[in-house]
Design a protein around this ligand. Structure first.
Ligand SMILES: [Fe+2]
Length: 238
């Protein structure tokens, strides 16, 4: 009997320790959500390299994340080290990015834009958003299909390297834009400013291995892997 009690006690203790661990980890995650630039960590890809196949192939995701994205992060950290930016939030750096060295705009944008991009995709994604976001899209663009066409056109017609965005401005109005290089709608250098909700990378490194010069096919495939839950969360947080 004593033996059984001892076993139950051990199971109970290990459960408590485990549960405590989870609790502490959750607190840490919440606290980390608003990191300063100097505390920024290179986040793990939220899925495996092959998770987005057949729409984005494994090798493209691997090189894109572990080489390109990683490199932007490393160069960004080097650019802000020992400066006032290290203790700022990244959004505040972007708000005044024109006053900082070009390395901050290019690599800070490169780091941040890719993080949003990875997060707003998932395996078996696509479909339609729901709730308030869907209503806002329908109100602003007439229909989801009209929005899809307009966003795709922004991505297709971006000359050279850049990004397509769905953002929300300070008046809670949705808008579609595209930016060159690694610029984003949070930066003071762009024409239309707002909070990014959905982002698509149209640099050739994002699609060339699988799609070669057929950017339009990559853009069509993107709609099958959008993680609308994440996009809606960004919209609700705004
Ligand atoms: Fe990229």
């Amino acid at each position: 009997m004593n033996k059984i009690l001892a076993i139950l006690l051990v199971i109970g203790l290990s459960y408590t320790v485990h549960a405590e661990g989870v609790h502490v980890n959750n607190q840490a995650v919440q606290a980390c959500e608003r990191q300063t630039v100097g505390e920024t960590e290179f986040k793990a890809l939220p899925y495996s390299y092959d998770a987005l196949e057949p729409y984005i192939d494994k090798l493209t995701v691997e090189i894109h994340y572990s080489k390109h994205h990683q490199s932007y992060y490393t160069k960004f950290m080097a650019a802000i080290k020992g400066t006032e930016m290290a203790s700022m939030y990244i959004e505040d750096v972007f708000k005044n990015v024109s006053k900082y060295p070009l390395a901050v705009r290019n690599n800070g944008g490169g780091y941040y834009n890719h993080m949003l991009y990875w997060e707003n995709m998932k395996a078996n994604g696509g479909g339609l958003p729901t709730g308030r976001l869907l209503s806002a899209i329908q109100k602003e663009f007439g229909s989801f299909d009209a929005f899809k066409t307009q966003f795709s056109d922004a991505a297709k017609t971006r000359f050279g390297s850049g990004w397509a965005w769905l953002s929300v401005d300070n008046n809670n109005k949705l808008f579609i834009s595209s930016t060159p290089n690694q610029d984003n709608p949070l930066m003071d250098v762009v024409e239309q400013k707002g909070t990014p909700l959905l982002v698509l990378d149209v640099w050739e490194h994002a699609y060339y291995l699988n799609y070669q010069n057929k950017r339009a096919n990559y853009i069509d495939a993107f709609w099958k892997i959008i993680n609308w839950d994440v996009v809606e969360k960004r919209f609700m947080k705004k």
